[in-house]
Design a protein around this ligand. Structure first.
Ligand SMILES: Nc1ncnc2c1ncn2[C@@H]1O[C@H](COP(=O)(O)OP(=O)(O)OP(=O)(O)O)[C@@H](O)[C@H]1O
Ligand SMILES: [Mg+2]
Length: 588
């Protein structure tokens, strides 16, 4: 059989075979190195972006989080899905595009070397193939954009998947409420969730049709091209008497080019998708820079000051404020001076603006009218980080993290010693119940009757045994559950108070901090609190008379305005006072 082949053909066959074997080995090695390098690059990139995204999100103003497109489910989805999509912009996709392009170019070059006539004719078809491919791409992305835009125009201006994620995160975070409101409520939410997913499903199916056409097209084009080459080669051999050997090599090199062009098209959709995700992510990271400059250092001219609070004297001067999401003023010309070390109670009906004052003092929101001075300096001149470090704030609905009690307390000051932790736990009247957790565990761990929840606590306690038992009891290692769900309301509040005190703050703000305590705990707690407030300027927001009775000064708010102020006794004695009426509705 070999005898029928010309020596030149055998010679060039060997060269070509050798060339392809070398190419195969080269490709194998290249592919291996390429995968390793690019997956490393991709992982490093996504890790870096996740870190950047996290730090920019965490330093945003609270109003940024108030927007509906910033629901927890949407933001956490962004960390997972969108950041992973970014890999499409770097490693694998670009490597594949590069590979396909190299394949295409080598194929074209080799085919020109061997059968330039045929290569020339087949190349004249390529621009049409590429144009066809691009047209498909444009149709694909327009259809995606239009279908999303349609939904956005219709309702809520949010991507349907984002709306479904927002609802889902709401359900998970508030799972106790969702379940306790009964089966009908669960059914209602399930239907709502399903309805929200209908739109993405419709878009998904539409996209599947279009991407099916694109991928089908890219596969189809290769084989049409092969058929075209075969047809052409027969014409060149029989009509123009070309050498069959040259044509044979030419056909194969053109195959390579065809494979290259096919894979090039199939990579383009993932690049476009990645670009969409990149836009979403960098919009957040970029806006972070602007906010950071204004927020952290106050006015730029005071950049160098970065004062820490020395005494804790607070003055509100004609402060007016409305939340960015609402037009109505919630504080109106509010003025008050609180001398250093003084205890002031803010009282008023629900919605009168008490918590808003605390929010502004911590610069969770920024005010535009009026001013707040601390130790005579404008609040906006303080470095936000240092400012918040000097203020102990116990929120109206304190949240604990699903970490141990000790870790929750030192969240306020990670350098605190075990002695300090114990001291603040005692001040917050929390030491007793924390120690009780360890006693229950030690005395009768296996025989005691356990509710399922206790079982979880017990298991979690065993997991975390790294607490120094010489100073802190084993109870400090107890995990608190999601949002502190393994603790009672009163226990959560007391740990939150310990967390605020561990910073040894100059200013203490307690927003309904004792509302979940029973009467007996309240009494002993008030005594402990009295001690904790010594040497600090304190703002107490409370509905309980027993909490505000010991305050030096009482301010009564109504619809964001200060309507009365005075001592507890002075205001209580005046039967016509607003406070007198308010007091009658207050718990003891
Ligand atoms: N993030 C927010 N965005 C828009 N409006 C808000 C926001 N937070 C509070 N408000 C509105 O501001 C007003 C004052 O709220 P604030 O929380 O200060 O009241 P409060 O006196 O603390 O009430 P309560 O005693 O019920 O805690 C209310 O009308 C409330 O609806
Ligand atoms: Mg409030």
């Amino acid at each position: 059989m070999l005898g029928r082949l010309s020596p030149t053909f055998v010679n060039s066959r060997n060269i070509w075979c050798g060339g392809f074997v070398a190419l195969a080995v080269g490709m194998g090695i290249f592919e291996y190195i390429n995968r390793i390098l690019h997956s490393q690059l991709g992982e490093n990139l996504t890790l870096g972006i996740r870190k950047k995204l996290f730090s920019s999100m965490i330093s945003k103003n609270i109003e940024w989080f108030d927007k509906k497109e910033r629901a927890p489910g949407i933001l956490s989805g962004m960390f997972q899905e969108d950041v992973s999509q970014l890999k499409g912009l770097t490693s694998q996709t670009y490597a594949l595009i590069l590979e396909a392009t190299v394949c295409l170019l080598i194929g074209i070059a080799l085919s020109f070397l061997n059968t330039w006539k045929m290569a020339l004719v087949t190349r004249s078809v390529v621009p049409f193939l590429i144009l066809g491919g691009m047209a498909e791409q444009i149709i694909f992305w327009n259809s995606v954009k239009n279908s999303t835009k349609q939904v956005k125009d219709n309702e809520d201006q949010l991507d349907p998947y984002d709306r479904a994620n927002a609802l889902l995160s709401d359900i998970i975070i508030n799972y106790k409420t969702v379940i306790s409101l009964g089966e009908k409520n669960v059914e209602f939410l399930l239907q709502k969730y399903q309805a929200l997913l209908e739109e993405p499903k419709r878009i998904g199916i539409k996209q599947a049709h279009i991407s099916g056409i694109i991928y089908g097209y890219s596969q189809c084009i290769r084989f049409l091209f092969v058929a075209f080459i075969f047809y052409l080669s027969s014409i060149f051999i029989f009509k123009y008497n070309d050498e069959p050997e040259d044509t044979y090599v030419g056909v194969y090199t053109l195959f390579i080019a065809a494979i290259g062009s096919g894979s090039l098209f199939s990579q383009l959709p993932s690049v476009s998708k990645s670009k969409q995700s990149a836009n979403k992510i960098f919009e957040i990271i970029e806006t972070h820079k602007k906010v950071k400059k204004d927020q952290r250092y106050g006015q730029v001219m005071n950049y160098q000051q970065k004062q820490i609070i020395q005494q804790g004297e607070i003055e509100f001067r004609n402060l007016s404020f409305k939340y960015p999401s609402r037009d109505k003023k919630v504080l109106n010309n509010f003025s008050l001076k609180i001398p250093m070390g003084c205890k002031v109670a803010l009282v008023g009906h629900s919605g009168s603006g008490k918590s808003t004052i605390a929010n502004l003092l911590l610069r969770l929101y920024d005010y535009e009218e009026g001013s707040i001075l601390i130790d005579g300096n404008n609040l906006k001149d303080y470095d936000v980080k240092l400012l918040r470090n000097s203020i102990g704030y116990v929120m109206q609905e304190p949240l604990l993290f699903n970490i141990s009690i000790k870790e929750n307390i030192i969240y306020g000051n990670s350098e605190a010693s075990d002695d300090q932790i114990k001291e603040v736990a005692e001040m917050a009247n929390a030491l007793q119940f924390i120690d009780d957790f360890s006693e229950n565990q030690e005395h009768n761990p296996s025989k005691a009757f356990k509710l399922p929840q206790d079982q979880v606590m017990h298991e979690q306690q065993n997991e975390d045994q790294n607490i120094d038992t010489t100073i802190l009891s084993q109870g400090f290692s107890k995990k608190c559950g999601l949002k502190g769900s393994l603790l009672s309301g009163g226990q959560k509040q007391r740990i939150a108070i310990a967390r605020a005190l561990i910073k040894d703050p100059k200013i203490l703000i307690l927003d309904e901090a004792t509302s979940a305590l029973d009467e007996q705990s309240q009494e002993s707690f008030n005594i402990a609190l009295e001690k904790a407030m010594i040497g600090r300027t304190s703002i107490v927001i409370a509905h309980r008379l027993s909490t505000i009775r010991n305050c030096d000064w009482i301010c009564v708010l109504h619809h964001g305005k200060m309507v009365e102020q005075g001592t507890f006794q002075g205001l209580s004695d005046d039967e016509d006072s607003y406070f007198y009426k308010l007091k009658s509705g207050m718990e003891m």
